[in-house]
Write a protein that binds this ligand. Structure first.
Ligand SMILES: Cc1cc2nc3c(=O)[nH]c(=O)nc-3n(C[C@H](O)[C@H](O)[C@H](O)COP(=O)(O)O)c2cc1C
Length: 188
């Protein structure tokens, strides 16, 4: 697909509707290589990636559901069930982890922005390879116990969990912002 058509056609599909096939080993390497080329002020590499795939994710889901049930008891059962399957629907989930930290020269905010670029590069690279991706975070990204279960260190932050697979449902379009509402001309 032409590069502009590719950019214009990117859209998410909910992760519950993403199934096999997912990217091959070589495709995962390609996706992560592309993600590692993002603008990075100071060349600090203020991000890293975690791959969630395979059967072990069932255990991860049990752990997340247990944490959620303990911290917020009494929610509808479907909520905890969603936790159980959170990382097991799409064949591959790539965690984009921000390692942003105070630095003498480079603002922490810019380091965070670099990690967001890495996450979106993953989304676009997946799309270019014929897969569909959804960038999710959820409560688990902000809960210290859940972060530990997910392999994220206390000093790190979750930028994205990018769920990647093949859509099981037809693609759909949502309205996009009108440029007239968001673009202004700077005036002296
Ligand atoms: C930082 C970030 C976190 C997000 N977290 C969630 C989330 O937890 N749940 C969700 O439904 N969508 C989340 N989204 C939005 C989806 O990725 C997606 O953009 C949305 O479903 C709209 O679809 P679109 O990508 O086709 O515009 C998040 C987006 C960003 C940028």
């Amino acid at each position: 697909m032409d590069a502009l058509e590719l950019l214009k056609s990117r859209a998410s599909i909910p992760s519950v509707s993403l199934g096999e096939p997912g990217p091959s080993e070589a495709e995962i390497t390609e996706i992560l290589t592309i993600a590692s080329r993002v603008p990075d002020h100071g060349k600090l590499v203020p991000w890293r990636f975690i791959l969630y795939r395979g059967d072990g994710r069932t255990l991860l889901g049990e752990r997340l559901a247990e944490i959620h049930r303990r911290k917020e008891p009494g929610l509808p059962g479907a909520v905890y069930e969603q936790d159980r399957m959170r990382f097991a629907n799409a064949p591959l989930v790539i965690g984009v982890i921000s390692r942003a930290a105070p630095h003498v020269k480079i603002p922490e905010w810019e380091q965070v922005l670099s990690s967001a670029n890495a996450a979106f590069s993953i989304v676009l690279a997946a799309h270019a390879l014929g897969f569909t991706a959804q960038w999710l975070t959820s409560w688990a990204a902000y809960d210290e116990e859940a972060k530990a279960a997910l392999g994220v260190k206390p000093e790190e932050k979750v930028t994205a969990f990018v769920h990647i697979g093949t859509p099981k449902v037809p693609r759909f379009e949502r309205p996009r912002p009108a440029l007239a509402d968001i673009v202004t001309e700077w005036e002296p």
